[in-house]
Ligand binder design. Structure first.
Ligand code: LHQ
Length: 260
């Protein structure tokens, strides 16, 4: 039993639901460790042949819980936070030799967007949106974002998304190749079940090995890029602009960035 994540198994389908709906499923340390545990459980359970990851309420996940990191001591390492947290989470999804379906029910922001995009099959409600929020608080994209985006949609749009932080609608995400399908929100559940059912009857070993091939085919590995991102974030998270970005968010005012 978890506090911030719900884990259910029905037959060959495991469903992991991020469950802090009042905070749009913002990622705190407990949720991160519980989600990792749930993913490991699904990976190890031989009955499970497909994993669905979704969010409770109106959001998928808005990424890092900024209230939690705003109060960290000066010697806290964001790189270590990423290595043990979201990097491990994304790695569990990508390296699990079973298909992972992300059911993107609502807004996916920051590391929450990285996690949504780490799914093998990505299905979105028409109420979903993708907010590459990192730059808005003076950070570099992390949790695999800088690897996934160019690989999924090419460098042109990827760079624009990363440096503007502009919201990508579900329909744009489909058109640009970030996701596989968009559907009216009331039909998302049925579409997810259809995909889960299909994948639960697919040759799981072959799909697992196909994932292994996918993960090694690119010249830089996801693991290498996540490690590199972690070292870049160590720098970005010590800037004045980052402190200002988080303070402005929590104070509900526009940030004033000074380029420092
Ligand atoms: C939140 C959050 C949030 C806490 C909404 N935290 N409460 C890695 C390592 C270390 C440091 C930092 O980051 C990272 C990686 C990252 O993930 S960086 C990106 C972090 N995420 C963001 O910057 C997104 C911030 N959120 C937003 O911009 C908006 O909430 C979006 C555009 C996602 C959704 O807007 P709305 O639909 O208008 O919802 P809202 O803003 O009213 O949010 C609802 C509640 O959730 C609200 O709380 P309240 O008590 O006022 O009802 C928000 O404060 C809270 N919330 N995001 N990340």
């Amino acid at each position: 039993m978890y506090e911030t994540v719900q884990y259910d198994r029905a037959g060959a389908v495991a469903r992991i639901t991020l469950n802090r709906p009042n905070k749009l499923n913002a990622l705190n340390d407990l949720m991160t460790s519980e989600a990792q545990d749930a993913l490991q459980q699904a990976a190890q359970d031989t009955h499970v042949r497909v994993v669905v990851l979704t969010g409770a309420g109106r959001g998928f996940s808005v990424g890092q819980d900024l209230e939690q990191v705003a109060n960290r001591p000066d010697d806290w390492s964001v790189a270590e936070h990423l290595r043990h947290g979201y990097n491990r989470w994304v790695t569990l999804m990508r390296e699990m030799e079973k298909p992972v379906v992300t059911a993107i029910n609502g807004v996916a922001a920051g590391a929450g967007m990285s996690i949504a995009l780490a799914g093998d099959i990505r299905l979105a409600s028409d109420r979903a949106s993708f907010v590459p929020a990192f730059v808005k608080i003076g950070l570099v994209p992390d949790s695999g974002f800088t690897w996934m985006l160019p690989h999924l949609i090419g460098p042109t749009r990827a760079f624009q998304i990363m440096v503007t932080g502009d919201t990508v609608t579900a329909h744009q995400a489909l058109e640009w190749g970030l996701i596989h399908q968009v559907i009216p929100s009331e039909q998302l559940e049925a579409l997810v079940s259809e995909w889960a059912e299909r994948l639960a009857h697919a040759p799981t070993r072959a799909i697992g090995l196909t994932k292994r091939a996918f993960n090694t085919t690119m010249d830089k590995t996801l693991a290498e890029m996540m490690e590199y991102e972690a070292s870049l974030q160590e720098i970005a998270a010590r800037t004045e602009d980052y402190r200002e970005g988080v303070a402005a968010f929590l104070e509900k005012r526009p940030p004033v960035f000074r380029g420092k």
